[in-house]
Every structure is written in C-alpha cells, then in structure tokens.
Design a binder for this molecule. Sequence first.
Ligand code: XMP
Length: 215
Amino acid sequence: MSGNNESRLILALDVYERERALKIAEQTAEYLWAIKVNWPLIIGSGLGIVTELKDATGLPIIADLKLADIPNTNRLIASRVFEAGADYIIAHGFVGSDSVRAVMELGKTIIVVEMSHPGAKEFIQPATDKLVELANRLEPFGVIAPATRPERVAYIRSRLNSEVKILTPGVGAQGGKAGEVLKAGADYIIVGRSIYASENPRESARRLYEETMEV
Ligand code: XMP
C-alpha cells in the first residue's frame, strides 16, 4: 500500500491498540500524506509501531511527542524515535531555541506555535509572535497552528517564512473546517477522531481528501 503525495491530509492515529492502528492505517493510506503518531499509540503499542506503520503503508510518520525538555533529554528521546523510522518530530518552541535545535540536528522538526484547544489562549497564544520568530530563525520543516482558528492561521502565515509549512490539527471533532483552514493558508490538515472513530474510517478519509482537493 502506498500513500498519496498530493494529499494534504494527515491522520492522527490516536488509538492504543496495535492491530486497530495497523488496520485503520492500511484502510486509509491511499488518501493520506502522512500518519501522525502520538503518546496514546506509543504507550499502547510501543515505539515499534512507528516502524510497523511505515512498513505497512510506506507513508511518512510524524511523531507528535511535543518535546519540551532540556536539549540533552530532547536529544536522547528524538534519536531513538528517528531511529525507529519517524520522519518528523513535533517539538514545543517555548522551551527555547537550544532545545529545538537539539531535535533539528537529528531530523526534520515541526514546532508548535499555537495550539487548537481553548486553553491555548492562556499561555501559548500570547507567545505566538515570538514562536513564529523562532521558526523563522531556525527554519524547521513546519509549524503547528490551530485549525479551530482560521484567522490565526492566516495571521501566522502572514508572518512565517514562506518555505515553512503550516500543519493544522483541530478539523472535525474540535470544530475546524478543512476548506476554511486550507484557504487561510494551511498546507496540511491533521484529523484524528473524525476518521479513526467513525463507522467507516476509509470513507471518512476519502471524503476529507476530496474536500481538500476542492480548495
Ligand atoms: P482530533 O481527534 O481532535 O485529533 O482530530 C487531533 C490530533 O492533533 C493533536 N493536536 C495538536 N497537536 N498542537 C499539536 O501539536 C495542537 O494545537 C493540537 N491540537 C490537537 C492531538 O493531540 C491529536 O493527536
């Protein structure tokens, strides 16, 4: 099974079980650009799931660890995760450029500049301008911005170097709309529950894929 290079859809595969994860990944791979793996799946199935998903689908794997530690610890974690086959790691920027650089030295990195949940307004949103400046300085592969606030995605796009991609979680279960956020300047949408918790994950992925292709 191979993925779709033109797709702008990333599956957030937040299930615990290995078998279920592999089944959903194989059912949906045709419509995906990449699969995002977060702590629930790593805790439930072990880090080896990264390698298995890669072998089963051929898709890029994004490890959403939201690394936020001192450089040495970020490096210790990231080295094993890249070795397992992750193509990208998501790291927090608020811990400072040295911590982010420690990850970037080992592989492609995505920096969180604003989160999608309501609480993001308390601490992260006031720091977004500085986090975007950090991204402009370090030039990671991409940044994470909230699909729940397309106006913020447009704002971040206007301040971010054009080569840095914007990946947006929050479509579907959290209320974001694929078309709106892509029009606002996102390069990719990240979707979890609306696909993996639906009755027919393949059909849900296909519908979202079609929606992204219309933009
Ligand atoms: P749902 O089920 O809401 O899953 O479609 C979304 C996925 O994305 C993660 N997520 C975020 N990751 N910044 C991030 O780095 C965010 O603002 C953010 N919001 C959601 C979430 O953990 C889940 O894997």
